[in-house]
Structure formats: structure tokens, C-alpha cells
Write a protein that binds this ligand. Structure first.
Ligand code: MN
Length: 325
């Protein structure tokens, strides 16, 4: 039997990579030849194109990537085109936008596996864990993924929580480092090793960088009320630390936190995090900001993000003050 050419396109965060490595293991055992790519929701079309070259694979797995509503028609068309050319696409995800568009995806020829869970891990656990040769090891990997999406705490498991700490700092140190992501996916999916020197080294670098960012952030507060804090980090290099900065600020202050960061020449991303105690939906808020201010946003009730023109900075502040208080 000829080897099957498979591409896995995973979200570039820990949840995505953990899920990808379990799928990688299961498929590898069945003799698949696998190419690993990483994407964010807004770049999925470009990455799908990369997945189709130099020759078409027989299957593409899209893992932990939110359906990009603002590029809906284009994206559905590319998917239909791939289906027509006999590429089987499997979309595995837990983001609300993917769930909302599951029907359209199916109608475009995509096999969809969605559930409204806090991480993609439970979906992957159900489909792939028993198809690996070491469910005990891969359960640990899925737990790391869940911790990455704050779906689980590892407080009870000291060894695993140390691994989590290193791996997450290493990944955040450079969110565009796809080589490191391939390295990690293979470390887990092929070598069955939790951590190695390269990851530990990157983690050290990341921790130092994050400490600097935390101290700089204190001088970049542009709004601070009893319910809301907005940090304008658009002039600073944030690497992949905006989510961590937002979460830690939420935990410290119990307020809604928005972190603004530059994501391109004239574009910014606003990362939103909401404390458990407040009944405000971050995902809906991000969507609304996107619709009103010429961008695109979405996410979960407690964690979301929106991509906007950088010229809309003060409008964001105004709208957030209006909506959150
Ligand atoms: Mn996820």
C-alpha cells in the first residue's frame, strides 16, 4: 500500500501542538507520511495553500483553529476547491466560530469534529488517544494542551506542571518559530520525550523576556477603572506573551484586561481576558469590536482577541469603557 500524504495544520499554541502530536502519533502508526504546518485563524487560507504544495496531499487535518468569519466566503471556496481535487479535509476544533459554521464547513466537503470544550484536547482524546501505542504518555501531552488553554490546572502534578511552565515559555518566546513547533510536535509524537535541552533553553530566554515585559507594562496603562484595565503595548515587542500578561493581570486585579499589541504595519491585536467573577462575554465583546471597528474578532467567554486597524486604538478604549465600565 502506498504511503498516505497527510498534512496537519495546527494552531501555533500549546493546545494546538499537543493535539497535533497525538494525531501525528496515531497516523504515523498507520504508515502515513506527515507534513506539519502551523497557523492562526487569520492565516489559515495561506497555510492551506502551502499544504497543497508541491503536490496535493490526500488528507489535511486542521486542528484547534477558529473558523475565520471575516474571510468566510474565500475560505469556504478554497475548501470546496480542495474537496473537488479529492483532498479530504478534517477540521477538529472547539472554538465557537467553528461550531457556528460547522454546517457550512460540512456543505463545503469538510469532515467536522467540534465540541464546545475549553480546549481541543477532549475531542482529540476521544478520537485518537486509543489509536496511539502509549495512551498514558499521550494523556500527559493532552493535559499539557488543556493547561495551555486554561482548561485544567496542573497544581496536583508537580513534574508535569514544571514541564508545562518550560514548554509554554518556550513557545511564547517566539510565536512565529515554526521550526521549534515542528521540533516539539516530533519530540512528543515521534520520540515520546516530554522535554529536551532546546526547549529548556528557549524557556529560560522566554522567562527573562517576560519579566522585562511585565515591568514595562506598568508604564503603559491607558485606562484603569474598577472593572477594566487596558495596557497599550503597541510600541513594544510582545513576542507571544500578551495572553500570559493579560491572564496574570486578571488574576492579580480581578478586572477585565485588554492588552493591545502591534501585529503589522498598520494593524493591532487586542487580547481580552475576563475574570471568572464577572459576567462579561469576552468572545462576544471581541466580535462586536471587530464588526464596529473594521476588524475581526472572536473567542471564548473568558478569553478572546480582535484584530483591528491600529488607527482605531482610541475607539477601542472608548468602546471598552462603554461596554465594561
Ligand atoms: Mn485551543
Amino acid at each position: 500500500m502506498a504511503e498516505t500524504q497527510v498534512v496537519i495544520i495546527a494552531h501555533n499554541d500549546l493546545d494546538g501542538i499537543a493535539a497535533a502530536s497525538v494525531i501525528y502519533r496515531a497516523l504515523k502508526l498507520r504508515g502515513a507520511k506527515i507534513k506539519l504546518l502551523y497557523s492562526q485563524p487569520h492565516s489559515i487560507e495561506k497555510i492551506l495553500l502551502m499544504a497543497s504544495k508541491p503536490k496535493l496531499p490526500s488528507k489535511i487535518y486542521v486542528v484547534d483553529i477558529a473558523f475565520n468569519e471575516s474571510a468566510k466566503e474565500k475560505l469556504l471556496n478554497s475548501l470546496k476547491e480542495l474537496a473537488k481535487r479529492n483532498v479530504k479535509i478534517v477540521w477538529i476544533d472547539h472554538h465557537p466560530s467553528t461550531i457556528r459554521f460547522a454546517r457550512e464547513l460540512k456543505e463545503s466537503g469538510v469532515e467536522v469534529h467540534v465540541a464546545s470544550t475549553l480546549s481541543v484536547a477532549p475531542i482529540v482524546r476521544k478520537i485518537f488517544l486509543e489509536k496511539t501505542d502509549d495512551p498514558e504518555f499521550y494523556e500527559k501531552i493532552l493535559m499539557l494542551g488543556e493547561a495551555g488553554d486554561r482548561a485544567r490546572t496542573l497544581r496536583q502534578n508537580k513534574a508535569l506542571s514544571e514541564i508545562y511552565e518550560s514548554v509554554s515559555f518556550a513557545l511564547e518566546e517566539d510565536p512565529m518559530d515554526f521550526e521549534l513547533r515542528q521540533h516539539l510536535t516530533r519530540l512528543w509524537g515521534e520520540k515520546k520525550q516530554l522535554i529536551d535541552d532546546l526547549i529548556a533553553l528557549k524557556a529560560e530566554k522566554g522567562k527573562k523576556r517576560y519579566d522585562e515585559i511585565v515591568s514595562v507594562a506598568q508604564n503603559h496603562v491607558i485606562a484603569d477603572t474598577s472593572k477594566l484595565k487596558i495596557l497599550d503595548m503597541t510600541g513594544k515587542t510582545m513576542k507571544g506573551f500578551s495572553g500570559r500578561l493579560a491572564v496574570e493581570t486578571v488574576e492579580k486585579e480581578g478586572k477585565v484586561v485588554a492588552v493591545m499589541l502591534r501585529s503589522g504595519y498598520d494593524e493591532m491585536v487586542v487580547v481580552l481576558r475576563v475574570p471568572k467573577s464577572l459576567n462579561i462575554n469576552a468572545g462576544e465583546l471581541a466580535r462586536e469590536l471587530g464588526l464596529k471597528l473594521n476588524g475581526s474578532g472572536g473567542g471564548h467567554p473568558k478569553a478572546a482577541a480582535v484584530r483591528l486597524p491600529i488607527s482605531k486604538k482610541m475607539d477601542v478604549v472608548k468602546l471598552l469603557l462603554q461596554k465594561v465600565g
